[in-house]
Design a protein around this ligand. Structure first.
Ligand code: FES
Length: 178
């Protein structure tokens, strides 16, 4: 009994006599509680959200879509486009047509929401998205499209090639003479 009492005292003494640096060491820190973990998670979530907001705010002045460097594209020699043989350029979403009056380029980008209209057997166009219908000259005949298909400006390059301007339109019905 006496001996046990002495051991207890000895253990108690040794705990009290530990140097301050040892008791403050992280090795002896109490284990993290669930509440600590959730608090840290909330802090890091807030930090992440703030960082994302800052990055988003910094990107605001930048346009989401950059204008193409050169909207004019060479289509090739004009005499390759024959009467009665319209030529489709899927990369440009346009048809180049020659008739007795001259050449024209008609865009197949639907004026409703920008889907690509397809050319039917009879030369008319129909949009697969919401059903807009256009004549062969691009006039709206049905559906939600607010206006007809665009006719794109044509010109000749210095080396004699037909050039289409993907940005500038001309009045529907205007032909390019070459
Ligand atoms: S995008 Fe063509 S009808 Fe809607």
């Amino acid at each position: 009994m006496n001996r046990k009492h002495t051991e207890t005292n000895a253990a108690g003494d040794s705990e009290q006599n530990q140097p301050a640096s040892l008791t403050e060491s992280p090795r002896f820190a109490p284990p993290r509680t669930r509440r600590d973990f959730l608090g840290l998670a909330a802090i890091w979530t807030a930090v992440g959200a703030c960082a994302a907001a800052v990055v988003g705010a910094m990107r605001l002045p930048m346009p989401a879509v950059f204008p193409e460097s050169n909207p004019k594209v060479k289509l090739g020699p004009p005499d390759q486009f024959k009467i009665g043989s319209p030529s489709y350029r899927p990369d440009l979403s346009l048809w180049v047509v020659r008739d007795d009056a001259g050449l024209y380029a008609i865009s197949t980008v639907c004026t409703h929401l920008g889907c690509i209209a397809t050319r039917e057997e009879d030369g008319s166009f129909s949009c697969p998205c919401h059903g807009s219908e256009f004549t062969a000259e691009g006039k709206v005949t049905g559906g939600p499209a607010p206006k007809g298909l665009n006719w794109l400006a044509l010109s000749l390059s210095p080396d004699g090639q037909l050039v289409v301007d993907k940005v500038n339109t001309v009045k529907a019905g205007a032909r390019f003479q070459v």
